[in-house]
Design a protein around this ligand. Structure first.
Ligand SMILES: Cc1cc2nc3c(=O)[nH]c(=O)nc-3n(C[C@H](O)[C@H](O)[C@H](O)COP(=O)(O)OP(=O)(O)OC[C@H]3O[C@@H](n4cnc5c(N)ncnc54)[C@H](O)[C@@H]3O)c2cc1C
Length: 377
């Protein structure tokens, strides 16, 4: 009898799994991918769009087009409830509320920007997560430059915050270069990090490279002083320091996207707890940012790299669950990473080698192009 696989979330984990399954499933199996957003966004490239080096069209792709070509169904809508006992998902579309039955359900709904209830952050800061966020940030930078320049800050000293602050600088400089009407205006930038150092958990060599580049490019860094509140044009830290910022980008954290599930599963701060096979229950699997591993021997980062690796194992495990085969445990493999610093980049390879070179900008492009193609086809 025909089986229905329903996937919630068309991000790195969900979309890649849908494509993998469509290739490997029997003809009578039906795959439904649900997402309220019409386009897949390759988020590691968002900072390149922010810098003005790429266009949004180059880093996104319509999901319905991928679905049609790959052989699965796309439902543009928001999964608003999972009724486990009846094996169905309630999906709210623009003009309908559907009940979609499943034999196997995959929860891949990712995460969204977290403001942690810090006063003023939600009202005064611009997040950096989806397409519209970049457009809003660009608009704010242009407005500031047209008013004669000013101050800007990025809150969050992790990889996204670091890449964003260099991209902002690059974008502002480009605007000034390309619009002689603006004159010699500029943007003074500050990076605000709560932890005692930028890039916590990264090697000292890498942190030193990045810190030196921040200094060289004139970006002020505030570390070890968490943000207490954000007001119009000012960031106030726990120690009482007041940092001038006419526009502030928030890149300081994420929290799980939740879909109400009855009966409620076990969670860890909203993240869905799974075993090493990414199992939440006999007919439910979880992958990507929203997954929290109960007994894993390594920390699984909330990255696209990890989500894509999970999609590979998830595909095998869904097929195993359907055809009564053994499940495969998920093991994270750190393949290294590259952090862009505007015109140059720093890379960590083979777990220990850290190198700063503009050559990595090129290698990153080649590598990301291959990953993008793997997902959108
Ligand atoms: C600016 C930025 C830069 C980044 N850079 C890197 C990088 O360089 N390298 C790296 O490895 N990672 C990077 N990441 C992290 C990476 O984007 C995430 O780890 C990755 O997207 C997680 O994949 P996912 O499939 O779990 O979730 P996502 O890709 O976020 O996809 C989740 C999908 O679920 C959908 N969804 C949510 N709720 C519902 C619902 N109720 N019903 C249906 N659908 C729903 C969402 O619309 C979304 O499309 C970056 C993130 C950002 C924001």
């Amino acid at each position: 009898m025909s089986k229905r696989i329903v996937i919630i979330g068309a991000g790195f984990a969900g979309l890649l799994t849908a494509r993998n399954l469509a290739r490997r499933c029997h003809a009578d199996e039906q795959i439904f991918l649900v997402d309220p957003r019409p386009r897949f966004v390759f988020t590691p490239w968002l900072v390149d769009v922010l810098a003005g080096d790429m266009k949004m069209d180059e880093i996104t792709h319509p999901i319905d087009e991928i679905a049609g070509r790959s052989g699965f169904s796309f439902i543009q809508g928001k999964a608003s409830e999972v009724v486990r006992e009846e094996r169905r998902v309630i999906v709210e579309t623009a003009d309908d509320i559907k009940s979609v039955g499943y034999d196997v359900l995959l929860l891949c709904q990712g995460a969204h920007t977290a403001f942690y209830g810090i006063p003023g952050t939600q009202e005064c800061c611009l997040p950096l997560k989806v397409e519209e966020d970049v457009r809003r940030i660009h608009g704010a930078v242009k407005a500031l430059l047209e008013q004669g320049g000013g101050t800007a800050a990025v809150i969050g000293g992790g990889p996204t915050g670091i890449e964003a602050v260099f991209s902002l600088k690059r974008y502002a400089e480009k605007q000034v270069r390309e619009n002689p009407k603006l004159g010699s205006v500029s943007l003074s930038l500050t990076l605000v990090q709560a932890a005692p150092q930028i890039l916590p958990g990264f090697s000292t060599t890498l942190v030193d490279h990045v810190a030196a580049e921040l200094k060289r490019q004139g970006i002020v860094v505030s570390v070890g002083d968490p943000v207490a509140r954000v007001e119009d044009h000012t960031i106030v830290t726990n120690s009482g320091k007041r940092i001038q910022s006419d526009m502030t980008v928030w890149a300081a954290g994420i929290e799980a996207n939740t879909v109400p599930i009855a009966p409620e599963p076990e969670t860890n701060h909203g993240y869905l707890i799974v075993d090493n096979y990414m199992h939440l229950g006999p007919d439910i699997f979880v992958a990507g940012d929203v997954a929290s591993f109960r007994l894993h021997n390594a920390v699984v980062p909330k990255t696209a790299q990890a989500a894509m690796q999970m999609a590979g194992v998830l595909t095998k495990n869904v097929l195993a669950a359907l055809y009564g085969k053994d499940l495969k445990p998920f093991n994270i493999e750190n393949k290294g990473f590259i952090i862009t610093l505007g015109t140059t980049a720093v890379a960590s390879l083979f777990h220990r080698l850290t190198i700063k070179s503009s050559l990595f900008m090129f290698l990153r492009k080649v590598f990301y192009r291959a990953r993008f193609k793997e997902i959108v086809g």
